[in-house]
Design a protein around this ligand. Sequence first.
Ligand SMILES: Cc1cc2nc3c(=O)[nH]c(=O)nc-3n(C[C@H](O)[C@H](O)[C@H](O)COP(=O)(O)OP(=O)(O)OC[C@H]3O[C@@H](n4cnc5c(N)ncnc54)[C@H](O)[C@@H]3O)c2cc1C
Length: 407
Amino acid sequence: MSTELNSPALPATAEAVIIGAGVNGLSAAYQLTRKGIRPVVLERSHIAAGATGKSGALVRAHYTNPQETQLALHSMRIFRSWAEQVGAGDPGFEPVGFLRLVSPGDEEALRKNVAMQRELGGDTMLVTPDEISFIEPFIRTDDVTIAAYEPSSGFADSNATAFGFARAAEKRGASILTGIEATRVLTAGGKITGVETVAGTISTPVVLLAAGAFANTLLGPLGIDLGLFPRRSRVVIFRHPFDLPSNRRHRVVIDSVNRAWIAPVTPTTTLIGVTIGDRDGTHPSDFEESVEQWYIDAAREALARRFPAFAHSTMRGGWTGVYMQSPDGHPIVDKLDQYDGLFVMTGDSGTSFKTSPAIGQILAEWIADGEPKLMDMTPFRASRFAEGQPWVDAFQYGESPEESIVR
Ligand SMILES: Cc1cc2nc3c(=O)[nH]c(=O)nc-3n(C[C@H](O)[C@H](O)[C@H](O)COP(=O)(O)OP(=O)(O)OC[C@H]3O[C@@H](n4cnc5c(N)ncnc54)[C@H](O)[C@@H]3O)c2cc1C
């Protein structure tokens, strides 16, 4: 067994067990401790071993529905006042500003979404190509007519965020056990009774499944099929070229025209992901962690189409991660009807780093107080698929959720 924090031995009982030490499981663990519940977190590998550790960690509020916007706005408050709200570690939040560029034909949807976000208190505005050039002088604007700009959004450090939640949770009495895989969720008479692990069994009335791309291995034996599938996501890092100044980070950009999302990880390097080739079958514990040359070439081309100076830039690394896709591209955050005491955060759909502070708070409210208090979670319910009512946004970009870039 490997340990990262002060891992005690597997206890015989726990008030609640959280499966998965990614950012969502750890955020929930921390929030539970604030409510006087000391959960046991089980992690098969190490903290942030899943999608969290690989995340591009864009932090912005631009969603095409009010519910995820609310999650993002509440989470951003926590990122901004981390010391008071969490009190351990530092999520590395950098509010460098964020631009959302959409494809021709989606301008009206963008207008509607910005209006919705402003009504919810979002710090966002519509900007013209001239204004975009002023905000970010290095990007090409001749192929867009309008964009959304969030001056106070940016990106964070996903590993540091998870570590911060872990330290804060542990300080308040949570046990985080790494190197311990949960092999089965135990039930009797329609209720959760415990968790079987590679190191023994824990009795508990409450399980939160936050196992990222591994969720099906635990949901399947419970007879629960939510249509989830693991999906690959790659990123490449490029060194800023000679023509770009090295004394400031550029803005974060989501660019539907080039199917790319771009963040300045340091003042001299930029991270880009392009949404191509990510639907091929993959398994979260059996995939190449590096990136292929064809993908590096595609990423460089997409980056240079938006930031022309990057046409001649040096590739400095990259990686592949796996997240869990839900059938409609929106997360599932719910107390499942099938077993009393079973909660899930799953189907993150590649977009739940930035919302994890709020998701953890909501799950802790649900577990400790019996209901989510921060907001109505009905749209995130697991039963929407069986009901034949998948979540479709009124003003999504592209013709399907698949076409929208949701980092
Ligand atoms: C390349 C990439 C870029 C991304 N960029 C962004 C972005 O810019 N913004 C954004 O908001 N989101 C982004 N995401 C998505 C975001 O990273 C995820 O939504 C988020 O990290 C999910 O966190 P999680 O805690 O739910 O799951 P995970 O981080 O996957 O954690 C699940 C954990 O559970 C553990 N586990 C699984 N099964 C078991 C078991 N049986 N027993 C014990 N432990 C188990 C795993 O080892 C893992 O550590 C990106 C994802 C990727 C891959």
